[in-house]
Design a binder for this molecule. Structure first.
Ligand code: ZN
Length: 288
């Protein structure tokens, strides 16, 4: 099995300092958190930006500040910029892509969250995919729901996505795919992600798709879903964007979450990918 690629989603759009003092909000805090995660074993950081009031923003200047600080502190680290829609205007979601991160998130469909709809119209998906092609950025395809897999293949067919693909399955978001494994709906116990991958490879695609996959679990499902991916050849995303707790009632820092999954992967014998090993696995071209 390949070494484990650990992505840390440092900030997201939801956690506030009131919820946890550990969530990095300012560019300085985000860069410090990225550096701590890099030292703990993360090869990728997934970034969101916040404005002075701590609200999600697409302001490219804030992203530029964050990216510049991270590149100065740990130039090796792979940067993944979110184009996610929470609290951001549709047309501005790709406004930081000119910074040419090696990865950027791309959600290939719409889905409900617990109290809002996450709307990704086909025109926005195409626009973001085209921008990523233009800047030579690999999309990290965020799969909240099964329909997003055939949508991703449609982008491949239309030349807007290039293999190897990098899929990130997000489980446990209320309103989207639950974090279920050993699903009782099926006669043989099957894990949701493995089932979805089977559908992806066998039923949706005309020929085998060259792809890597990772799993994110929301809230208390994070560790369990990460382990499921680790045991089955996938990669993982941890971080306060998805989960602010280390254990019941114990708040986590980003580096605590990275450290734990890195230790478990090493002890289990899979190891942890360095930044350059992650580039190799994901088919990213090496940056100078
Ligand atoms: Zn995100």
């Amino acid at each position: 099995m390949q070494k484990l690629i650990i992505t840390c989603a440092l900030t997201g759009g939801v956690p506030t300092k009131e919820m946890t003092p550990y969530v990095p909000i300012t560019p300085k805090e985000i860069a410090e958190s990225a550096y701590a995660c890099y030292n703990a074993g993360a090869s990728v950081v997934h970034l969101h930006a916040r404005n002075k009031k701590g609200k999600p923003t697409s302001n490219p200047k804030v992203f530029e500040d964050i990216v510049t600080r991270i590149r100065a502190k740990c130039p090796e680290l792979i940067i993944n910029i979110s184009t996610g829609g929470r609290g951001r205007k549709q047309g501005e979601r790709g406004s930081a892509l000119y910074l040419k991160p090696e990865l950027a998130s791309l959600t290939t469909g719409s889905v409900n969250f617990s109290n809002s709809a996450y709307v990704n119209p086909p025109q926005i998906i195409d626009m973001l995919a085209k921008q990523m092609l233009e800047y030579d950025i690999k999309p990290e395809i965020e799969i909240f729901d099964a329909s997003m897999l055939p949508n991703a293949l449609d982008l491949v067919k239309r030349g807007l996505l290039k293999e190897p693909l990098y899929l990130n399955f997000i489980f446990g978001m209320k309103g989207a795919t639950p974090a279920v494994h050993e699903n009782p709906r099926f006669s043989a116990p099957q894990d949701e992600v493995l089932m979805e991958m089977k559908y992806f490879q066998r039923y949706y695609a005309d020929k085998p798709v060259n792809c890597q996959w990772a799993v994110s679990g929301i809230g208390k499902s994070q560790l369990e879903m990460n382990l499921l991916a680790m045991y089955n050849g996938g990669h993982v995303r941890v971080g306060l964007e998805d989960n602010i707790y280390f254990d019941k009632g114990v708040l986590a820092s980003n580096e605590m979450l990275v450290e734990r999954i890195a230790r478990l992967s090493r002890e289990w014998g899979r190891g942890v990918a360095s930044c350059d090993e992650a580039r190799e696995i994901l088919g990213l071209r090496h940056r100078a």
